[in-house]
Design a protein around this ligand. Structure first.
Ligand code: ATP
Length: 231
C-alpha cells in the first residue's frame, strides 16, 4: 500500500480569505476516505485543487507520485457538488458524449449504473428530477476508470432509500487499487463505506485516521466522534 495523495505545506486563499492553511496530508490508496468538516472549512477547495481546477496555491500537491498535471487529471474523476451536465441530451447521448471525450470512460459501466438505478436511457436529462439528475451525474463520474475519485457531496439530493443502493453500487464496481475521497455531511449514511476519515476545520486538518482506529480508540461511531470533535 502507498499513498495516492501527498500534500506538503499547502496554503490557498481567495483574496484575503484563507481557505486552506498549511495542509500536510497523506491519503492511503485503495480506500474509501471521508473528508468531513463544517460548512466553509475548505473541503470543496481541497477537492478542486486535487482535480486541477484551482492552480493558485502554494505548497506541493502530488497524486500518484506526480504534481497536479495532465497526467493526474487523466487518472482523477471529479464529481462537483453541483455537476454540470448538458441538459438537452438524453442519457444515451450523454454516454456517447462522455465516451468520445474520456478515453477511460466505460460505456458498460454507465449502462450498468443507469439500469441498476432504473434510469431510462431515452430520457432527456432536463426532464429528470433534481435527485435523479444527481444520480446520473454520479453514475457518469463512476463510469470513468480512475485511480482517484473525488466526490463532492454525492448524496446531496438523493433520497435515503437510494443511498444504500448507491453505497453498494460504489463498493461492488470500483476498480482495484482506486481510492475514493468523499466530501459528505451525511456521515451516518456513508459510515459503513468509509474506512478512513479526514477531519478539516477552518482550513486546517484536525486528524487523518482509519475508521477502525477511531471506533476502537473512542468506543463510538465516526458520526459520534465527529459531533464530539466539532461541538
Ligand atoms: N469563490 C470563492 N470566493 C471567495 N471565497 C470563497 C470562494 N469559495 C470558497 N470561499 C471561501 O473559502 C472557504 C472554504 O470554502 P469551501 O467551499 O472550500 O468550504 P466547504 O468546506 O466545501 O464548505 P461547504 O460544506 O459549505 O460546502 C470559506 O470561507 C468560503 O467562504
Amino acid at each position: 500500500m502507498g499513498n495516492i495523495v501527498k500534500i506538503n505545506n499547502l496554503n490557498m486563499s481567495y483574496g484575503k480569505t484563507a481557505a486552506l492553511k498549511n495542509i500536510n496530508l497523506e491519503l492511503p490508496d485503495d480506500n474509501f476516505i471521508g473528508l468531513l468538516g463544517p460548512n466553509g472549512s475548505g473541503k470543496t477547495t481541497l477537492l478542486k485543487i486535487l482535480a486541477g481546477l484551482i492552480t493558485y496555491y502554494t505548497g506541493e500537491v502530488h497524486i500518484d507520485g506526480q504534481p497536479v498535471s495532465t497526467y493526474t487529471k487523466s487518472i482523477v474523476s471529479y464529481l462537483p457538488s453541483s455537476p454540470y451536465v448538458n441538459p438537452r441530451l438524453t442519457l444515451e447521448q450523454l454516454i456517447n458524449t462522455y465516451a468520445s471525450f474520456f478515453p477511460n470512460f466505460s460505456r458498460e459501466k454507465a449502462n450498468y449504473f443507469f439500469d441498476y438505478l432504473h434510469l431510462a436511457k431515452n430520457t432527456m436529462f432536463s426532464h429528470l428530477s433534481k435527485g435523479l439528475q444527481e444520480q446520473v451525474a454520479l453514475s457518469l463520474a463512476l463510469s470513468k476508470n480512475s485511480k482517484l475519485y473525488l466526490l463532492d457531496e454525492p448524496f446531496g439530493g438523493i433520497d435515503v432509500s437510494t443511498r444504500d443502493k448507491i453505497n453498494d453500487m460504489i463498493v461492488t464496481n470500483y476498480p482495484n487499487n482506486s481510492t475514493f475521497l468523499i466530501v459528505t455531511h451525511e456521515i451516518h449514511d456513508m459510515e459503513s463505506l468509509l474506512n478512513y476519515v479526514v477531519f478539516i476545520k477552518n482550513g486546517e486538518i484536525l486528524l487523518a485516521k482509519s475508521s477502525d482506529s477511531i471506533r476502537s480508540g473512542n468506543a463510538q461511531s465516526i458520526e459520534g466522534f465527529y459531533k464530539e470533535a466539532f461541538k
